[in-house]
Design a protein around this ligand. Structure first.
Ligand SMILES: [Zn+2]
Length: 415
């Protein structure tokens, strides 16, 4: 996912301004080279995609019915579905993309399904009178998305209206937490955010990291730039290279062999799967101590599906950390007990869906997955060389941000 970061400027040339119907007219002219329109395949003529937001308690069937699918068709979908609909784990706020064909029939449904430690892209299609798994090429691309909003009522509302996904809204709120209270943002304040989007068949299906953000409020402007340190992930720094957040006091595992799987999206070209790893995997020998990286309260201790033996700690303000695949728990570390940074909370194992001893370390804020490195690991201080690299990128990003400053429209390379 980090690969596109260096391509930001190259990608910038293909941005186009998108005027939302309700947005006021831009105060000043905005010129940008537009890409040549892609020719649509004949088979797609007359079809369109619709994004539905999952409500609390939703099922796929309810969503389809809400989009106007008749009861008989919903029943056929339920009967023919190649996936177990009862086992789906949809999160409130996530997007389900639905394609409607020229006959006003739902022809495609695609979304990410939560699956204990990973999220998998599920693409269903109605072909030859039957629902089946999408069998075509894994047509994905990762592109940076830039959104610029001026707040009219609330920050979260303005971002949601501009189409900024819930994961990005959650990350934004968190990254500036040590600088100002996100809920104190008010009418007239502005937010610009650049983040990675994963597109599948032209639809934004998932988001990666926030690459940069800028918030102007009451005469002050706050900047955040993402800098990746390698497989362990990255952190946010301000315009002078200072970390935006302290992060946690320690790591969940002191001595590990290697990071066997970083956080983020993986596309398997042969298996044709698109998978989002929702945590960081630390490979370590069976029995290695797992430590609380920060003070917290044990919220869960027990078996948790694909996670196997798991412990969940709550750290306040909606922040929770999960430790999966443990071989053993520690007596005294029970639900409701407090732990301090450095306390042993379990031992590394390979329980649940796992191919070898490792710790799956996952972080959620208000139920949304976030990159553990940005908030729940110690934040590294930048070396002089890191700082020089970061400042080079800052200049590129600043030019891009400048081009949409004050423009009351979301700007993206895709609608
Ligand atoms: Zn994992």
């Amino acid at each position: 996912m980090a690969g596109c970061f260096l391509g930001v400027l190259a990608c910038a040339g293909i941005y186009r301004a998108v005027q939302t119907p309700s947005a006021p007219t831009a105060a000043r002219p905005f010129e940008q080279k537009l890409p040549a329109p892609k020719l649509q395949a004949r088979a797609d003529a007359g079809s369109y995609w619709h994004d539905a937001e999952v409500q609390s308690g939703d099922t796929l069937q309810l969503i389809l019915a809400r989009l106007g699918m008749d009861a008989k068709s919903v029943q056929a979908f339920e009967q023919q579905s190649p996936i177990d609909l009862k086992a789906l784990q949809l999160r409130a706020g996530q997007i389900v993309s639905v394609r409607v064909n020229e006959k006003q029939e739902v022809s495609d449904v695609q979304f990410f399904n939560d699956d204990d430690g990973e999220r998998n892209l599920i693409a269903l299609e109605y072909r030859n009178g039957k629902w089946q798994l999408h069998t075509g090429a894994v047509d994905t691309e990762t592109l940076p998305s830039l959104r610029s909003v001026v707040i009219t009522t609330s920050a979260s509302g303005a971002l949601a209206k501009a189409g900024v996904p819930i994961e990005i809204r959650t990350a934004l709120k968190e990254m500036f937490a040590d600088k100002f209270d996100w809920n104190s943002l008010q009418a007239g304040d502005s937010i610009r955010v650049l983040y990675e989007s994963l597109y599948f068949r032209g639809q934004e299906v998932a988001t990666g990291n926030v690459l940069a953000a800028e918030v102007s409020t009451q005469g002050a402007t706050y900047y955040a730039y993402y800098y990746e340190h390698g497989d362990a992930g990255g952190n946010f720094y301000d315009e002078t290279g200072n970390a935006l957040q302290k992060g946690f006091a320690g790591q969940p595992i002191e001595h590990y062999t290697r990071i066997s799987s970083p956080y983020g999206i993986r596309i398997h070209p042969v298996l044709k799967t698109v998978r989002m790893h929702t945590g960081i995997d630390y490979a370590a020998p069976q029995g290695t101590k797992v430590l609380a990286p920060s003070d917290g309260v044990v919220r869960f201790r027990g078996w948790k599906g694909g996670y196997g033996n798991a412990v969940i700690l709550a750290h306040g303000n909606g922040l929770e950390t999960l430790y999966g695949h443990l071989s053993a728990f520690i007596s005294g570390v029970e639900e409701g007990t407090s732990v301090q940074a450095g306390d042993v909370i379990g031992l590394v194992g390979s329980t649940g869906r796992s191919t070898g001893p490792h710790l799956h370390y996952e972080v959620r804020i208000d139920g949304q997955h976030v990159n553990p490195a940005t908030i729940a690991l110690p934040t590294p201080v930048l070396s002089a060389q890191d700082l020089a690299t970061l400042q080079g990128r800052q200049r590129q990003i600043q030019q891009l941000m400048q081009s949409v400053r004050g423009l009351p429209v979301p700007v993206s390379q895709k609608n």
